[in-house]
Design a protein around this ligand. Structure first.
Ligand SMILES: [Zn+2]
Length: 316
């Protein structure tokens, strides 16, 4: 029921951005059928960090009183490379084609949460990860990240180990955030993988390949029913919300590797960590083999003002 109203708001925002930018003489003149007030023939350039007329899907706890208006959707912002508002959506210009070895970003979930920039909000400071039986999630995430790095480097890739704060507009051939779960009971077992609700054309392939390889080598079940909005709206790849995020062109996903609270899963993550890392490396390798760099960075992305698929149910 909300989408109609939200779209009106989005269009209102579009008109506002258009008016502002046209006043500054950036836009090319033109018109769009049905939207006579908008001048959009060549698109309207929106500078990095300026409001974008785009519906935003974020963690409900992440509303920011400094920029969001109570009762309205949270504000989306243009990413570091800027954006162009067109009749058919938001265009994200392609970046300069990277050179050198292919680059992989591995984020260690909860590492250095005390050093986040203001735009991420203070709540992330308190997200220190799960722990069980004396095992801290951040330590497991780091251990497996380092093993992944060693394996990928030996295969000729460049690997960045990334803390909670992602570099501004982070560009890589693939980005993966590592986490582990806890359910407080020890009952749940399995892994989960998701990409963001505002991602590029290759992330379904990334999630599918990782899921396949991870399940095959670890033997864990795909716990897909517990994929949450906190995963699909994960801040580290929410480029429409934060400057410190994986770029729109960077294929990105988040992996919950298993439940630390489950004896079997924890044993796997702690005592067979090399195998877990190999499973992830195989999934990443499969994606990199299937999708060449020339495709990932080869064209502009057009993002519809609304989400292209329904977001998971809000948490209750
Ligand atoms: Zn976590």
């Amino acid at each position: 029921m909300k989408m109609g109203r939200l779209f009106v708001i989005a269009i209102a925002g579009l008109a506002l951005v258009s008016a502002v930018v046209i006043a500054r003489g950036v836009a090319a003149p033109g018109s769009v059928p049905g939207l006579p007030a908008l001048q959009l023939a060549g698109g309207v350039v929106v500078q990095a960090g300026a409001p974008l007329p785009m519906l935003q899907d974020i963690d409900p706890e992440d509303l920011d009183p400094a920029r969001d208006v109570p009762g309205l959707p949270p504000v989306a912002l243009a990413p570091p490379g800027g954006a162009v508002v067109q009749a058919n959506g938001i265009r994200i210009p392609k970046p300069a084609m990277p050179t050198g070895a292919r680059r992989v970003g591995i984020q260690v979930g909860h590492w250095m949460t005390d050093q986040v920039p203001a735009e991420l909000g203070t709540r992330i400071t308190f997200q220190t990860g799960t722990s069980w039986a004396g095992v801290q999630e951040v330590d497991v995430n780091m251990d497996i990240a380092q093993r992944i790095k060693a394996q990928l480097v030996s295969r000729g890739y460049v690997v960045d180990i990334i803390p909670t704060t992602v570099p501004v507009g982070y560009l890589a051939d693939v980005f993966l955030a590592l986490h582990a779960d806890g359910d407080g009971t020890g009952e749940n077992s399995g892994f989960k993988i998701a990409h963001g609700s505002r991602r590029g054309p290759y992330e379904d392939k990334l999630v599918a390949g990782l899921t396949d390889e991870y399940a095959k080598l670890t033997g864990l079940d795909n716990d897909v029913e517990h994929v949450s909005r906190a995963m699909s709206a994960y801040y580290a790849f929410n480029w429409g919300r934060y400057q410190h995020a994986a770029a729109a062109h960077t294929p990105a996903a988040i992996l919950e590797m298993g439940y630390l609270s489950n004896d079997h899963d924890r044993d796997l993550l702690v005592n067979r960590a090399d195998g877990v890392a190999t499973a992830i490396v195989n999934g990443l390798q499969r994606f990199l083999d299937e999708v060449p760099r020339s495709k990932i960075f080869g064209e502009d992305l057009i993002v519809p003002p609304q989400r292209s698929f329904p977001s998971p149910s809000p948490r209750t």
